[in-house]
Structures are given as structure tokens and as C-alpha cells.
Design a protein around this ligand. Structure first.
Ligand code: AMP
Ligand code: MG
Length: 353
């Protein structure tokens, strides 16, 4: 997964730059018994900060719901992190060219969906981006731009059409030697959706799961409120002030997910210039143009993937992708000295006035 960048402090700092202030004080009525809200506080999973809130009839149930959510988050991390040598993704990365590697239903599903998203985004979203991500990470250490040869060599190992899935056997294979999967743009969303479902099964009437600023919530809001309030931080502010910094936008969500990607969150620095950790497969370089992309969707996987994809596609193509999608909205902030906020036509209804 994306998260354990060489500079851990920077990663953590930027990984939660879009901060959540999921607390609402509203006038919800729940009948004679007021549900209990329990918040897990922040824990570190998937290389970022995670928090879960559960609303249920009693505190025993809320605690069980929180445990159930974390169990799913840990499970996905253990299967899909490319930083864990024994994860299934690491195994595919090691052996995928030599032989077809049998994977779990979950990993197969995520890769299957990844390919669908690649097709839907004209290749902007591509989980085979690993060799280019590695190359840009290594140049961060050297503080020098990659050479044309290095870029061409890495690019030859990238491409979702080189990823071979066998539905029958549930195996994954690489068509080219040296390919590497990186699920940093999708695994958080997938994990959040599983965690929400687990909380619902465990008896929550409401809940929220936040993995490094990618969030999904459902049902009753916290402490009797009717919705969940999510604060988005200004991408331009000093990022040391992660939690509690000034907010550009406050979103009011009910049964929705939100994810933010951006060049301001994690990047490599070469000669003082920032290069995004999100790579455009068409240019082999870090994306430019948008400092932050927030996508609101009905599930966290869609929000996660689409935020990453729109960052690659840029404002015009990105908005054209999201606009026709039902129940999906995007809020973009352009990069540069005079940042501009651009959004899809239905985004306003989620933004607190
Ligand atoms: P996110 O923070 O969700 O926008 O995901 C960014 C992460 O996704 C990066 O840190 C990489 O691990 C990975 N990534 C980078 N570029 C791409 C891309 N074009 N398609 C899919 N994943 C990418
Ligand atoms: Mg994403």
C-alpha cells in the first residue's frame, strides 16, 4: 500500500491532512432511549491514522462494532499491503511473472474492480503503477530527476492490460517481468466499505470509519445528531497542524463516503519542487494542476479510486467523468498561487453554508 514512504514523519503528516471533524451536535430524536456513541480515537493502520465511531443502543454494542470494524481494516492491510512481505499482494509482486498466483476472494475482487476502473478512467487509474511509484520514490532519496531511460524502463512494466486475471482459478499473473502492484489508491476505500458492513452486522445504527481522511458514514449521527459533519482542511495551510487546523469546507453527510487525493498530501521533493506521489501513467510523471480532489460517493471504494483518478485526469476531464455519475460529486482545488475551487453541479448540497 501507499503509505510507508521513506520519510515516515512526512507521510503521517500529509496522510491525514484532510482532517475529519466528525462531530455533530444536532437535533436528532431517537425516541425514549438515546443511542450511545463511542469513538475509537486514532490508531495507526495502513500507514495512516484511522478512527472509527459507532452509534448503538448500548456501549457494549458500540465497542463490539468498533472491534469488528478494526478487524476488517487489519485484514485488508494484511492481505494488500505491499510493505508486508507476507501479504498476498507482495507474493504476487514476487512471483506473478514466474507463475500464476492464487489469491483470496478479496484480493481477486479488488484487482478485478481495479481493472474496471482503469477502463472507466481511460487508464488514469492503474494499480500496476508500482514501478513508476518506486522510481519516483528512489529519486526522492537521490534528490535528482529520473533519466529518460529509467522512466522508459519503468513505464514498460506498467499497464493494467498486462495484468492477467483467471476467474476460474482465482489467480493473478503478470505478462511482463518486473511488474508491481500498488493498491494505495483503492485499498483504503475497499477496507472502509468492509468495516462499515461489519459494524452494521454487529448492531450499529450509525457509524463512521475514517482512514487517513477517506471516510464513510451511515445511519444515525453521533450524539443524537442526524448527520455526520466532515471538515476538509485547506491544502495550502502548514501541514504540521494536522488536526484542528483551519477548514476550507464543512461537508454534511448521511449515508455517504468521501475521499480526498492531492498533490499536497504526499510528494517527493527534488531541488525544492514538489512532485506528487500520484503518477500519471500517460506521462510517467507526478500529477500537476490540482492541489486537492475530493469525491463524494455512495461507497468508499468509488470515492477513493475516483479522487485518485480525477487528480490524474485534471479538472476538465475529471469533472466530465464525475458529472454524469449518479450520487457522485467532486470538489476540486486548483494548484498555483491563486487556487480556485471548481465542483460538479450537485456538490453544493453536501457543503454546509
Ligand atoms: P490516494 O491517496 O488514494 O490518492 O492514492 C494515492 C496512492 O495511489 C499513491 O500513493 C500510490 O500508491 C497509488 N497511485 C499513484 N498513482 C496512481 C495511479 N495513477 N493509479 C492508481 N494508483 C496510483
Ligand atoms: Mg484515493
Amino acid at each position: 500500500m501507499s503509505s510507508k514512504s521513506p520519510c515516515r514523519a512526512i507521510k503521517i503528516t500529509f496522510g491525514v491532512c484532510v482532517v475529519i471533524v466528525a462531530c455533530i451536535w444536532a437535533a436528532g430524536r431517537f425516541g425514549p432511549i438515546r443511542p450511545v456513541t463511542t469513538n475509537s480515537g486514532f490508531r495507526e493502520i495502513m500507514g495512516t491514522f484511522v478512527q472509527v465511531a459507532a452509534v448503538a443502543g448500548d456501549s457494549g454494542t458500540t465497542k463490539r462494532c468498533i472491534d469488528a470494524a478494526f478487524e476488517q481494516l487489519e485484514l485488508v492491510d494484511n492481505l494488500m499491503s505491499d510493505y508486508k512481505d507476507d501479504s498476498e499482494i507482495s507474493q504476487v509482486n514476487r512471483d506473478g511473472y514466474k507463475q500464476a498466483v492464487k489469491v483470496s476472494r478479496m484480493v481477486f475482487e479488488v484487482l478485478h474492480r481495479s481493472i474496471e476502473f482503469s477502463k472507466k478512467t481511460a487508464g488514469a487509474f492503474d494499480v500496476t503503477i508500482g514501478p513508476l511509484v518506486d522510481l519516483w520514490r528512489s529519486v526522492d532519496e537521490k534528490n535528482a530527476m529520473p533519466s529518460e531511460e529509467e522512466l522508459a524502463e519503468a513505464r514498460a512494466k506498467v499497464g493494467f492490460e498486462k495484468l492477467i486475471l483467471d476467474e476460474q482459478e482465482q489467480t493473478i499473473r503478470f505478462a511482463v517481468d518486473g511488474m508491481r502492484l500498488d493498491l494505495g489508491g483503492i485499498a483504503k476505500g475497499y477496507a472502509i466499505d468492509l468495516a462499515i458492513e461489519a459494524m452494521q452486522r454487529a448492531g450499529a445504527v450509525g457509524g463512521m470509519v475514517d482512514v487517513g481522511g477517506d471516510i464513510r458514514c451511515f445511519g444515525a449521527g453521533p450524539k443524537g445528531k442526524e448527520e455526520w459533519t466532515i471538515g476538509l482542511q485547506d491544502p495550502g495551510i502548514a501541514t504540521e497542524a494536522i488536526i484542528g487546523g483551519p477548514l476550507t469546507l464543512i461537508l454534511e453527510l448521511t449515508d455517504d463516503a468521501v475521499a480526498t487525493s492531492g498533490n499536497y498530501r504526499r510528494f517527493v521533493l527534488i531541488d525544492g519542487k514538489k512532485y506528487s506521489h500520484i503518477i500519471n501513467p500517460a506521462t510517467s510523471a507526478g500529477t500537476e494542476g490540482l492541489s486537492s480532489v475530493t469525491v463524494i460517493a455512495k461507497n468508499a471504494m468509488d470515492a477513493d479510486v475516483l479522487a485518485t483518478a480525477v487528480t490524474v485526469m485534471g479538472a476538465e476531464k475529471g469533472l466530465a467523468l464525475i458529472e454524469p455519475m449518479p450520487e457522485t460529486e467532486a470538489i476540486l482545488i486548483t494548484a498555483g498561487p491563486e487556487p480556485e475551487q471548481i465542483q460538479t453541479s450537485g456538490a453544493d448540497k453536501y457543503i454546509r453554508k
